[in-house]
Design a protein. Structure first.
Length: 364
């Protein structure tokens, strides 16, 4: 039906004569509309995480009052519903190739974005972030580069739009990780005191989930939920370590699992790990103070040329000719070397920023 309705319109468009600028505008509008349709479809077909958590909480509340036979029946029903939901999501996916690429690819960028979104508890998916980045970049390039005829500015804004969402996600993930590392030593010390006072490890874990602060309390709540659903404690700890991806917590999980297998004073082990992590956090703070000047230098050197470029493009130009001061860098016809110098400058700035970041990022 859509093809029948679109055929007369397509014939009319083929008979019309368009200029080069009009063709570029039509192509840009068609691409933006194409990406917008997929973005809206992906957004409205996304599963609601909050509703899933509410259903899970209801299941946990009634799990305590069920007999073993009723629990087995509910478990079978949940497995059937899970398989049905997976089939529906797979059939409703408009971009199976792209979704498969995002879920199964070995590209570090996509894997890190998916892990960061899961870590910070965001309802967004990596595919949605990718759709938004592409759509914003195409719209900016179409408006600035095609309509306003500032090709270089359009390319720069499109590149920034592609990088900005991932940078925001990465910044939130780093802030989440910083809070987690700050709370980790105190959490292990609390669990050490609880086990020394006679509590079991599971009771100490539930105490952290109940009395702790986010994000530590949120992660321990997830782990306690897995244990209540029948997952072994050692396996639940492994799942939490995979979600968090923190070296200090992985060390603590390994020590706890070894202690559970071979025995030993768990409270003393947790206390020792807590002191080690506290020392490492202190050393990281000292290194951050010593490298703060280098990081600020790299940031200023990276942003200064970009700021000057946009400033020269905004302020008034030559009062006699009316030409902007940035015209020699943007007008490739009158000044052939201008765009080449801009591209070379951005490449060199990127190399310098990368070198400075590698120097000031010291791993312990």
């Amino acid at each position: 039906m859509a093809l029948v309705l679109a055929s007369p319109l397509l014939g009319v468009l083929l008979q019309l004569q368009f200029t080069t600028q009009q063709r570029a505008m039509l192509i840009g509008a068609a691409m933006c509309l194409f990406v917008l349709i997929f973005l809206l479809r992906s957004t409205f077909s996304a599963p609601v995480s909050r509703a899933s958590l509410n259903r899970l909480q209801v299941y946990l509340d009634r799990e305590e009052n069920l007999s073993p036979l009723e629990r087995l029946i509910d478990r079978r029903q949940d497995e059937t519903q899970s398989r049905t939901r997976k089939r529906r999501e797979k059939s409703a996916d408009l971009l199976p190739t792209l979704s498969k690429l995002i879920n199964n690819t070995r590209i570090d960028f996509l894997n890190k974005m998916s892990a960061d979104l899961s870590r910070i508890g965001s309802n967004w998916r990596a595919s949605e972030i990718l759709y938004i980045s592409l759509l914003g970049a195409m719209i900016l390039f179409f408006l600035v580069g095609v309509l306003a005829r500032y090709l270089m500015v359009g390319i720069i804004l499109a590149a920034l739009c592609l990088m900005l969402p991932s940078m925001v996600v990465r910044f939130q993930a780093k802030r989440w990780m910083s809070k987690f590392e700050t709370q980790l030593a105190d959490t292990l010390l609390l669990m050490s005191n609880a086990t020394q006072a006679g509590y079991g490890f599971q009771q100490a874990m539930e105490m952290v989930a109940r009395e702790g602060q986010p994000p530590m309390a949120d992660e321990f709540t997830k782990m306690s939920t897995e244990v209540q659903l029948g997952v072994p404690i050692a396996e639940a700890l492994t799942h939490m370590a995979e979600r968090v991806q923190n070296a200090d917590f992985t060390l603590a999980v390994t020590a706890i699992q070894i202690s559970m297998e071979v025995g030993g004073a768990l409270s003393e082990i947790l206390r020792s790990i807590s002191e080690t992590i506290r020392d490492r956090v202190r050393i990281r703070g000292e290194i951050g103070i010593l490298t703060a000047q280098g990081k600020m230098t790299g940031l200023m050197l990276g942003l200064l040329p970009v700021g000057m470029f946009f400033l020269l493009n905004v302020v008034g130009g030559d009062p006699q000719t009316g030409e902007k001061y940035s015209a020699p860098l943007l007008d490739g016809k009158t000044y052939p070397m201008g765009p080449k110098l801009v591209i070379t400058g951005f490449v060199l700035q990127g190399i310098g920023f990368f070198v400075i970041s590698r120097i000031v990022n010291i791993e312990i």
